[in-house]
Design a protein around this ligand. Sequence first.
Ligand SMILES: N=c1c2ncn([C@@H]3O[C@H](COP(=O)(O)OP(=O)(O)OP(=O)(O)O)[C@@H](O)[C@H]3O)c2ncn1[C@@H]1O[C@H](COP(=O)(O)O)[C@@H](O)[C@H]1O
Length: 108
Amino acid sequence: MDTLTRLETTIRQRIVSADSGKSYVAQLHARGLPVIARKLGEEAVETVIAALSGSDEELTGEAADILFHLIVLLAEKGVPLADVLAELDRREGTSGLDEKASRTQQEG
Ligand SMILES: N=c1c2ncn([C@@H]3O[C@H](COP(=O)(O)OP(=O)(O)OP(=O)(O)O)[C@@H](O)[C@H]3O)c2ncn1[C@@H]1O[C@H](COP(=O)(O)O)[C@@H](O)[C@H]1O
C-alpha cells in the first residue's frame, strides 16, 4: 500500500472511532466540513506563499499539509482517494490542453 492510501486508511479509522481529545483528525471531524474545507484553503495559501518566497523545506512541509488536509476532506465527504487516483490515471497520456478544451465544450 502506498503512503497516501495508508494515510487515508488511518484518517478514515480516526473519523469513525477516535477521541477528539487524542486525535487531530477526530477533532477536525467534530468541527465539521466547513472548518475542514477552510483549513484546506489556508494550507493552499500557505503552499503558494512557500512556493513564491519560502525554502524548499518549507514548500515540502506545506505540500504535505495540503495533501493531508485534502485526504481528510475526501474522507469526510466519503469520496475514496482511489477515485481521485483513477481520475488521474484516466487523464494520463492525454494532454492537459485537450482536457481543458473538452471541459470548455461541455460547459457550452
Ligand atoms: N499527517 C498528518 C498531519 N499533517 C499535518 N497535520 C496537522 O495539521 C495541522 C496543520 O495546521 P496548522 O499548521 O495550521 O497548525 P494548527 O494551528 O495546529 O491547526 P489548527 O489549530 O488551526 O487546526 C497541525 O496540527 C499538524 O499536526 C497532521 N496531523 C496528522 N497527520 C497524520 O494523520 C494520522 C492521524 O492523526 P491523529 O488524528 O492526530 O491521530 C497520523 O498518521 C498522523 O501522522
